[in-house]
Design a protein around this ligand. Structure first.
Ligand code: ADP
Ligand code: MG
Length: 228
């Protein structure tokens, strides 16, 4: 689904890996390692300084950015909603493509386990966890095949984070999504991921299966990182 060949983008050097459809990949490593930098290459929020990225076997820069961002949805740490109601936020993306139907709204809220009474609530009156659910629902409104997540629960308290994990786990299963998630939370990584890319000192240090690579790291760098 994605192939990175000799990709460099400050602070990352010479990344090579392939992500297959339906994989659930965790990007992890120290702060400042370049995890967000790497994630943003998947939907062309940035383009690499060197190397090539292929999406479904096509050079990524030949895909239209709108189609790419529709198919490869991104959810950030802070909910990226605009002022207005939940409904305003949900239909914004699909309406740009003339694809919105009002009966979609309830389904989208169902996906993220919010009651339909939320449709007319103002987003700035919702809790952080509720806003993050709406962000997810908004991304799902575009029917993506890949979900990019950049520390989606790190701004939330422990219990709310756990609830969002439930929602994510179910969504990924039901919609057969391919996931690439940055997280610092290794319990979350074990729960949601089936593969890890460990990034440190500008390099992809280890690429392995979860949870094996956490239990039996092959490199000193990963062992030391896990001990901290
Ligand atoms: N265009 C750039 N040129 C030089 N350094 C950059 C550039 N973009 C980001 N960085 C630096 O790269 C590092 C990695 O950033 P980031 O990807 O946000 O790390 P992470 O998400 O792993 O914490 C940061 O120290 C940041 O300041
Ligand atoms: Mg980051």
């Amino acid at each position: 689904m994605f192939r990175f060949e000799n990709v460099s983008q400050e602070p990352l050097h010479n990344l090579n890996f392939t992500i297959e459809k339906n994989e659930k990949v965790i990007l992890f490593g120290p702060s400042g390692a370049g995890k967000s930098t790497l994630l943003f290459l998947f939907n062309r929020l940035s383009d690499p300084e060197e190397g090539s990225i292929y999406y479904n076997d096509n050079p990524i820069q030949e895909c239209s950015i709108t189609d790419l961002r529709k198919n490869v949805g991104l959810v950030l740490q802070s909910p990226n909603l605009f002022p207005g109601t939940v409904l305003d936020n949900l239909k914004y993306g699909p309406e740009l493509f003339g694809e919105w139907e009002d009966n979609q709204a309830e389904t989208l809220l169902d996906y993220v386990q919010l009651p339909k009474s939320f449709l007319n609530r103002e987003v700035d009156q919702l809790s952080g966890g509720e806003q993050q659910r709406v962000s997810l629902a908004r991304t799902l409104a575009n029917s993506p095949e890949v979900l990019l997540l950049d520390e989606p629960t790190s701004a939330l308290d422990y219990r709310t984070a756990d609830e969002i994990e439930d929602v994510l786990e179910e969504l990924i299963r039901v919609h057969q999504l391919t996931m690439v998630m940055v997280t610092h939370n290794l319990n979350q990584a074990r729960r949601l991921g089936d593969r890890g890319l460990f990034i440190m000192d500008g390099r992809l240090q280890e690429d392995g299966k979860f949870p094996d690579m956490l239990d039996h790291p092959k490199t000193n760098k990963l062992s030391e990182f896990l001990e901290e």
